[in-house]
Design a binder for this molecule. Structure first.
Ligand SMILES: [Mn+2]
Length: 348
């Protein structure tokens, strides 16, 4: 099959799904709110709506990252995407996953493992098997939005100018997931170019340089104060965090990996009863995914970006129980620090 036929098949499949359940609603699930997932969800909802389907978008977790908050506020997206906790089943409900492809995703909350999505569009490698009567598309790509744009273009849909926020969100998804168009494949770039004329540069710029809260700079300061370096490896932490500040870990890791001579960075923090960390490496001879699995097991993972950088992280249960209390906070942090450093500096 040539490329064009593959797209025709995908579109026909989505159409069949919509036609086969005329009164059913397609529930698009966002496992983790980020610009790529938001753009892909909005884009897919435009596609299925154009085929006459009812659509709802549900998101898991919270809209914590300041950029996500800017995007959601600017386009008043709370009207179109609702927290998963508000989901109420309707007859003929169908599900779609974007920017995620596992139904066992713990982020799906109550729906975890219970749904069988009819549409999956994702650019992460761990994939759900292809099956009959479904449109499952998982492929290595810079961004999920690229795949959605490819579908829109293959359908020859012209997004009207009064729905300008759709190209805007799709472009933003590619832009952020490819690190400002640096980790970009030819297809991501082609998709980006095909919609960029509908993206006003000023407005786009506002979303790129979104305002950062004061807490970000405090966390940056702590991360700098807590740095420990062994050889080319750097480990640091920002102590106890709120869910809202969780994304500071990856932002800071992205900054620190640029440190000349440093090839592995791990930034961690404690959120509630869990340790969360972000890891980056730019040493191609040591695959980050292997290294993280060796240190932390299955609750960690990493992907290789198109420019050869490793990008990942993980979540570790703390189960503090009796030890949960402000009076022993410092000691707890000190113990985790020691353990993290032993693992990261001690691994191959
Ligand atoms: Mn993505």
């Amino acid at each position: 099959m040539n490329g064009e036929d593959v797209f025709k098949k995908r579109i026909a499949m989505i159409n069949e799904i919509v036609e086969g359940n005329k009164n059913g609603r397609i529930n698009i699930l966002i496992a983790q709110v980020d610009p790529d997932a938001i753009g892909a969800a909005i884009g897919l909802s435009y596609i299925t709506r154009s085929m006459g389907s009812k659509v709802a978008i549900w998101y898991c977790g919270s809209i914590g990252h300041p950029q996500n908050r800017s995007i959601v506020n600017r386009y008043d997206l709370v009207r179109v995407m609702k927290p998963i906790a508000d989901y109420a089943p309707e007859e003929g409900d169908m599900f779609a996953l974007v920017d995620s492809s596992t139904i066992d995703d713990s982020r799906l909350g109550e729906l975890k493992g219970k749904i069988s999505p009819v549409i999956v569009i994702d650019h992460h490698r761990s994939s759900t098997a292809e099956s009959i009567g479904k449109m499952i598309w998982v492929e290595d790509m810079g961004s999920t939005c690229t795949m959605v744009i490819e579908l829109i273009n293959a359908m020859e849909l012209e997004i009207p100018d009064n729905l300008e926020y759709i190209p805007m969100l799709l472009a933003m998804g590619i832009y952020t997931d490819t690190k400002s168009l640096i980790n970009i494949s030819d297809r991501d770039l082609a998709a980006y170019n095909s919609i960029s004329r509908q993206v006003p540069p000023q407005e786009f710029g506002d979303l790129v340089s979104y305002p950062l809260p004061e807490t970000f700079f405090h966390n940056l300061q702590s991360s700098l104060a807590n740095i420990v370096i062994h050889g080319s490896r750097l480990v640091t932490n920002i102590g106890m965090l709120t869910t809202r500040q969780a994304d500071d870990l990856s932002t800071i890791a992205d900054m620190l990996i640029r440190w000349d001579g440093i090839s592995l960075v791990v930034v961690w923090g404690v959120i509630g009863n869990k340790i969360r960390f972000s890891a980056r490496n730019d040493d191609i001879s040591t695959p980050l995914d292997d290294l993280l699995k060796e240190c932390f097991g299955d609750r960690s993972g990493a992907k290789l970006t198109p420019d050869g950088q490793g990008e990942g992280g993980g979540l570790i249960d703390l189960n503090l129980g009796f030890l949960q209390g402000d009076d022993v906070k410092e000691e707890i942090i000190a113990i985790i620090k020691k353990r993290m450093e032993t693992l990261i500096f001690g691994s191959k």
